[in-house]
Design a protein around this ligand. Sequence first.
Ligand SMILES: CCCCCCCCCCCCCCCCC/C=C/C(=O)SCCNC(=O)CCNC(=O)[C@H](O)C(C)(C)COP(=O)(O)OP(=O)(O)OC[C@H]1O[C@@H](n2cnc3c(N)ncnc32)[C@H](O)[C@@H]1OP(=O)(O)O
Ligand SMILES: Cc1cc2nc3c(=O)[nH]c(=O)nc-3n(C[C@H](O)[C@H](O)[C@H](O)COP(=O)(O)OP(=O)(O)OC[C@H]3O[C@@H](n4cnc5c(N)ncnc54)[C@H](O)[C@@H]3O)c2cc1C
Length: 645
Amino acid sequence: MAAQIYSGEKYASRRREISANLAKRPEFHDSKPLPFMTREEKILESSRKLTLISKHMNEIIDPSDKRELYHLNCEVLGIEGNPMALHGDMFIPALTAQASDEQQEKWLSRALRREIIGTYAQTELGHGTNLRKLETIATYDVDTQEFVLHTPQITALKWWPGNLGKSSNYAVVVALMIIKGKNYGPQTFMVPLRDEKTHQPLKGITIGDIGPKLAYNIVDNGFLGFDHYRIPRTNLLMRHTRVEPDGTFVKPPHAKINYSAMVHVRSYMITGQAIMLAYALTIATRYSSVRRQGQIDTTQPEVKVLEYQTQQHRLFPSIARAYAFVFAGAETVRLYERVLQEVETGNVSLMADLHALTSGLKSVVTHQTAQGIEQARMACGGHGYSQASYISEIFGVAVGGCTYEGENLVMLQQLARYLVKSAGLVQAGQSSKLGPLVAYLGAKSDSTSLIDRTPTPGFAEYVKTFQHIARKQTLKAAQKLFGFMEKGDTREVAWNKSTVELNRASRLHTRLYIVEAFVRRVEEVADPRLKEVLTDLLRLHVNYELLDVAAYALEDGFLSSSQLDYIREQLYFYLAKIRPNAVSLVDSWEFSDRELRSVLGRRDGNVYENLFAWAKASPLNKTDVLPSVDKYLKPLMESARASKL
Ligand SMILES: CCCCCCCCCCCCCCCCC/C=C/C(=O)SCCNC(=O)CCNC(=O)[C@H](O)C(C)(C)COP(=O)(O)OP(=O)(O)OC[C@H]1O[C@@H](n2cnc3c(N)ncnc32)[C@H](O)[C@@H]1OP(=O)(O)O
Ligand SMILES: Cc1cc2nc3c(=O)[nH]c(=O)nc-3n(C[C@H](O)[C@H](O)[C@H](O)COP(=O)(O)OP(=O)(O)OC[C@H]3O[C@@H](n4cnc5c(N)ncnc54)[C@H](O)[C@@H]3O)c2cc1C
């Protein structure tokens, strides 16, 4: 099963080898539980381990393999980030996609050797979403052939870039490019920030950390201001866009090619989110198979809480989602890599499809992941609330994905633009022009679903029902938009009056895609034992998801209320059928205890012994009497006693 999850036996077994290698190297392990450390201690600890990784990486992994590096980082550094997180996640991808060969020779090679540390500085105090209104300006000075970076007011300060605050000495900075008074929109520049020897900020740079956050606190998200700071013309990233010495602007082959680092993260983060969801579910499912509370048969001992249908309903649909997301994530990464290669040859035709797909997936997957993690936490009762479970940290890190790389409700609208265009083609009788991801919009719906009438409920009927729902909502939302425009609203005003419905269409389209990706993967599985278990999980998935969106199919009679009952019964059937495999389904992700960092979710299942040992190790228990008691509580009680006398 691990080979299914990790798209092949080769990587699944490499993960095992890497974990086994690390198990023998205590210097790579957390020196104490992360929840017992201050932020400063965590950053120090993470930097220590990062240095070890840099020194010994070649002995443990093939550093050119992204997946091996990712696993090494998960084991050693963990999810709370590290001082070079953005270096790998965005700085290197931005240089790879946007720097010219000559620039790559100069900077990318140094970045890969870790001679310099970089980040991606785009968001500002006043603007994150609306990139066209960023306020940092890069004005071209023809005389000196330099760009002058400037922060004209406080809202123009860069704000949020990860590892900008304290760690990075370079950044890919996004600024509005002005040449001879003309605004050429957001462009990307390679900018030195700190002296390479002293790490002191360079003259003209104001820089620092933005303070603690909900989670992800090992990362020093930062602020950055420029005071008429000069960089050479050749620091504009020039793989696709160019500015000649005389200020002539050479347009890129696609207007949004500069957004590639964001598309990179959106493509990869689907897998990252699936893994975080699987972390939380591993912890909650293992714990639920140890925790006994209450009885189902009063003549029998207390049961494991995993026997309760409510607990199964709380956890198993999310287990199915984690599988669905990791399968969809693998497809997305393949598409991204293909588009990256095609862009190299000047073919930008798939950029819009990739952008639409990743915008929708990023939004739906992060939202459902956060919901699933929070349910996993609650499924652990009181112990889920303790940091010993580590689920609160997993939630805090994962939920950040709802905001970063484009706020979810905004990114759903990007997909909606694509869907509306497609709906326009359908309306104009040009369905043959629809791309493969939206071809179903042009198909004709059956009048009712046959979900309960096919002898062995196959997935085709479910897919058809999801298609019906997504098609109906897309055409309806587009119609609403067109209707407002026909009545005289501008497109922007009409759009704003239709966005709740448009975003619903985007979610339904994306959920259909996820179901289809799950079906595609299960169809490929050759081993009959695995196929059976994955088919059960897929059946649970389609029934749970369909029930969640059934209102759309009920309102036009596509589904009847008796079909709804059928779907519910199928759901309950598969909850019970999956129960014996539940622990194996989470164990198949093969997370080591070191990677999980959860006292509650350890493989040995010795929950109570482990919790007691953890509590005793808490910093507060180092002494029996805290200074706060000596200083305040004892005098308080003493004065209360004295006043009584
Ligand atoms: C297999 C490997 C195993 C390992 C895997 C595991 C890896 C896990 C890794 C996980 C990594 C996690 C990293 C965490 C780090 C977090 C760091 C966070 C960083 C950041 O947040 S960086 C800042 C991100 N900021 C944003 O995302 C801003 C959001 N805003 C925008 O993107 C844009 O402003 C916009 C898209 C909303 C609007 O842009 P704009 O105004 O310019 O455009 P319009 O709305 O007018 O649209 C015009 C047309 O352009 C198209 N468009 C827009 N963007 C793109 C694009 N990127 N590509 C193609 N086309 C694009 C629109 O669709 C419009 O087209 P139309 O035809 O006119 O409709
Ligand atoms: C953990 C974390 C790490 C980050 N790392 C980086 C980084 O490394 N580099 C970097 O540059 N940035 C980074 N960011 C910033 C991040 O990319 C932005 O916060 C994000 O893009 C959202 O933009 P915003 O904060 O301006 O939100 P806003 O756009 O101000 O959103 C506020 C609200 O307004 C709504 N809204 C905004 N515009 C519209 C619209 N057009 N239509 C409808 N509703 C709208 C949103 O839906 C939301 O409800 C990070 C953020 C986080 C949380």
